[in-house]
Design a protein around this ligand. Structure first.
Ligand code: ARG
Ligand code: ZN
Length: 466
């Protein structure tokens, strides 16, 4: 969530991008035999992810020197071929690959933009499990997204703010970089003594030797690559267990500590409140990373442990926490469905306010509805933002939340909450689409919701009075 939304930027649709999208969907077979597609076929990010295999586990070993900005990495991917493969791609942006093996054999590889193209010594059979080991090094740098924001490995004055939505995972590890592919993760991260490296999941251990500290983290529930973090800085640490047994780990930049403390203290009660609404919290770990990264301009719902560029307000904490259900546990199938993440997390903020002495959701809806028809709120429909440049635009967040409020108004509070819970439950650790959400809401309510979904999610311009 961004504290303040940036102005609109021009959208450039380039012909090569469209051609690449078509190629990606075709899953090309060449003279050399069947090869994995360079992307999973996402129309907004044609090269994101790769065809032909699924990664079940990433084992990442990283060593970062904040002084020089140098990163040494080793990634071991456990994967399974979904087709015969003479060649397949990983996504990797920048950095230098120093070695690559598939199982025990050295494999040929070349770089082509963000694609790391791998040719194993022997073709992989359909269904074959294999292990890819990539060693790499360099000075990681963020990527610039279509909306002009930075994501990936973003150096700070004492470490790095690491957030990968939508594209940035590939700036620090070779990945199948699309939310369609979800995996478990192990992280072993070494930083100078005095700095802390915070990743997702549970802290397995830390040890210090010769002026360096190694942190070992484990994310056991499935996670999309963009939700991985390895944020480094000088942090104050707090660890505790909630009453329901969730392991909380907070890391806070001392410069943000005073402002962050009263908000982070509320995390257990926010998670408990959200569990009552949305169903059980999906992960065994939780927490917050509050960095001091004035050049970032947003927070991200990194799985189990959101990362904030500065001390969050309570509403932002509620938003990133709600993403643990909507966005993290239930993932996007395609980036154009981003309102399933942002509209839901925004509506959680409205519900929180309503139930904690703030404005009712109806009041928030009415205030938004009062904005003039030429406001950016009505610039494009939330479920059809048009391009990757719009995925974090106001319509996705605010009109997405309005769509949920319209649904609530149409089906009543009881059924509405049942729909949210069923959505989190049926798609837990999996994926969803807007069409699936509509079908679920129709089944639970017994109503035909075609017109409502069309009006609020798929149609250009300000809808006629609700
Ligand atoms: N998903 C984040 C949130 O709303 C926003 C991430 C923005 N990322 C970016 N590259 N601009 O919680
Ligand atoms: Zn969000």
């Amino acid at each position: 969530r961004r504290p303040a939304l940036p102005g609109r930027r021009a959208v450039a649709v380039t012909v090569p991008v469209v051609v690449a999208a078509l190629l990606a969907m075709a899953g090309p077979a060449t003279a050399a035999g069947p090869v994995g597609a360079p992307g999973v076929g996402d129309p907004y990010f044609p090269l994101a992810g790769n065809g032909g295999y699924h990664v079940s586990h990433y084992d990442l070993t990283l060593r970062y020197d904040p002084g020089s900005g140098h990163l040494d990495g080793k990634a071991v991917l456990t994967a399974r071929a979904t087709q015969r493969l003479t060649r397949f791609d990983l996504d990797l942006s920048g950095l230098k690959v120093t070695g690559l093996t598939v199982d025990r054999d050295r494999a040929a590889y070349r770089r082509d933009g963000q694609e790391l193209v791998v040719t194993p010594r022997r073709p992989l059979r359909k269904g074959q499990s294999f292990r890819v080991t990539v060693t790499y090094r360099g000075t990681p740098a963020p990527v610039t997204d279509p909306d002009g924001s930075l994501d990936g490995w973003i150096p700070t004055d004492d470490g790095a703010f690491v957030a990968g939505e939508p594209q940035g995972a590939m700036t620090w590890f070779p990945a199948n970089n699309h939310p369609l592919d979800k995996s478990s993760y192990d992280f072993t991260i070494t930083v100078p003594q005095g700095r802390t490296a915070v990743a997702n999941g549970v802290l397995l251990g830390r040890s210090t030797q010769h002026g360096k500290t190694t942190f070992r983290w484990r994310q056991s529930e499935p996670m999309a690559a963009y939700l991985a973090t390895a944020t480094v800085g000088r942090f104050q640490i707090k660890q505790y267990k909630t009453r329901s047994g969730i392991q909380v780990y907070d890391a806070v930049d001392p410069r943000e500590a005073a402002a962050a403390a009263p908000v982070l203290k509320k995390l257990p009660s926010v998670l408990e409140w959200e569990s009552k609404l949305f169903g059980p919290y999906p992960f065994r770990a939780a927490g917050s990373i509050v960095d001091h990264a004035p050049n970032v301009g947003y927070a991200l719902e990194t799985q189990t442990r959101p990362v904030y560029d500065s001390a969050p307000d309570l509403s932002t904490l509620v938003h990133e926490s709600a993403h643990q259900w909507f966005g993290d546990s239930v993932s996007l199938t395609s980036w154009k469905d981003i309102w399933l993440n942002e509209g839901f997390a925004t509506y959680a903020e409205w519900l929180y306010a309503e139930q904690h002495g703030g404005d009712s959701a109806q009041k928030t809806f009415d205030a938004l509805y009062a904005t003039p028809a030429d406001d950016e709120l009505w610039e494009f429909p939330p479920a059809d933002p048009g391009s990757g440049a719009n995925i974090f635009g106001t319509p996705v967040y605010a009109r997405g939340a309005m769509a949920l409020h319209a649904l609530r108004t149409a089906v009543g509070d009881r059924v509405f909450l049942r729909v949210l819970r069923a959505w989190a439950d049926r798609h837990r650790y999996g994926h969803g689409t807007t069409a699936q959400f509509q079908r679920l809401a129709e089944r639970e309510s017994g109503k035909n919701l075609t017109a409502l979904f069309r009006t609020w999610l798929h149609t250009d311009g300000k809808p006629a009075a609700p």
